[in-house]
Design a protein around this ligand. Sequence first.
Ligand code: GLC
Length: 641
Amino acid sequence: MNQASLHRLLSQKKGKNNKELFELRLATNLTLIQKLFFSLYPEEQHQKYFQKLLNLLPKLFEDRPEELKQQDLDRLKSGNWYQSEKIVGMQLYVEHFNKNLNGLQEKIPYFKKLGINFLHLMPITTRPKGENDGGYAVNNYLKVDKKYGSKEDLLSLTSAFRKNGIYLMLDFVVNHTSNEFSWAKKAMKGDKKYQGYYYTFEDFTIPEAFEKTLPEVFPETSPGNFTYVPEMKRWVMTVFNSYQWDLNYTNPEVFLEMFTNLVKLTDMGVDVVRFDALAFLWKKIGTVSQNLPEAHNLISLFRMCLQVVAPGTILLAEAIVAPTDIVKYFGEEEKRGNECEVAYNASLMALLWNSIATKKTQLLYKSLMHVPPKPKDCTWINYIRCHDDIGLGYENHLIQELGWNPEMHRKFLLDYYCQRLDWSPAMGMLFMYNPKTGDGRITGSAASLLGLEKAIITKNKALMKQSMAKIIMLHGITLAFGGIPLIYAGDEIGTLNDYSFKNDTSKKDDNRWVNRPMQDWDTISKLDDETLPQSKIFHALQKLIKTRKKHAVFADTNNLELYHTGNDHILSFERTRGGDGLLVICNFDENPQVIDSNWIKKLGYFSKGEPLDLVSGKKIGLNSGLLELMPYQMVWLLRKT
Ligand code: GLC
């Protein structure tokens, strides 16, 4: 039983007021908090900071708005809302969607029309002018950047979201600040206290020792992991861009300040906090400084403390790391279920792209079967595209087991997606190619990567049909897989690559901007014209979302089982709840494929005659005992008791 489950039980105690329930939560988490804190900050030197933390928690609770305290209790009582089949999300850039926060609020009816009730807004806080990594270089964790509006606008938005049953996710860029953040500015002026908030060094000796094992995140644009700052006459650790300074969490004051920022962010009505780049939170010479045990303790410490103050809010792990490392962010052993409630299913995402390029699903099966099961209170964010690149983070030994050479295989994928093969329908771009290692990543919008752009340019109707089927199938998988499906804004209407970044000096070196388009309201105004490919995609997704919300079997209760069909082009999995079942079957090939249907019958899907496919609305018929799937067809079969 994890700590959240204990809080759920405690919240049902009769006759306790809010403050008393807070005290109970603190008492319940205290042993763990203490253990985690002293594992990072040894007791001998740091007792005073632990005392500070104990003083801070009640103060932060006191400051939490009453309405949110009530909501926290309601959520505790109602269970894991984030695992519900009723939740469907969208990720968007506020300024690309509709001007600013007020503009976004005006679009609530659009979200309702599609069935969206969970929104991830890309960073909206103040950031440096010019290059700022799309706002991931943070000047202040709580101040809304003028271009989005004001704090009042944000509060009005979160209040409107609450009224409309929309959950809000915002980023907490927990690993680094910008070089314009007040702490960085003081550090630059020579203030030793704030120099200690970052990893700063007077010469390159320690950086050099770090560099021996640190990989590079942006090797093309920001090689190395340290930047010399002449104003300060010191080197500072900058794992991402040179203007993003890594916070030094070996300093307990940094933890206390960042925890305060975190709570205040949730006090504005944020339901889910996206812990950005959290794999990087702890650094140690001689290691890659990712996924270190201390980083997990630190995240769990944030979680355990936040749970005491704001138990209705949850954490999302943005850990784009190896599949077996991602699940660790749900917590292991005594931290199991006590770290992040949600994590990006980056593995599924990358594997789906692999299956599209290879038209085969073996690596998908092998990798999914290789990942240890997640704790029952945790869930995934399932997605196919986001604002970032697609990394090819597959396990080499699994690629090898298929008889493929990992390096050659990755090269093939880069060639396939980044326009190096004439026959490939994909129109992506190569991102951060590192000639030293041969590693590279892929950018591009879902629709362009899936052939829609090429189909439109070449006026190829067959390709267009194929591309739309792929788009719908991939989204359908994220809707059915279990967890929160997250549609990247624009993908619901098949938005193509946006090449305008090439003319903007602050963006031209970062081609992730090719997949950060403006929302196309002109196309959206024509959605009633069902002949347009964009309308077809929109309406297909709208229908799938509606279907998902109707059936409790879509809720994530760790109820997923993979089925091998004997056909390497097919992906099939079943979700079950009580006696009900949902069987998903997808064909990743450009040709029709058949599978044996006996096992489907054995599972009971034909017990009441030919079953209805919820995707096409047609009954499934069998030819000579075989089930036939058209190219890129996805079937959803429902079994009801
Ligand atoms: C995350 C964001 C990415 C950003 C990085 C550094 O990975 O998704 O866009 O560049 O963090 O903050």
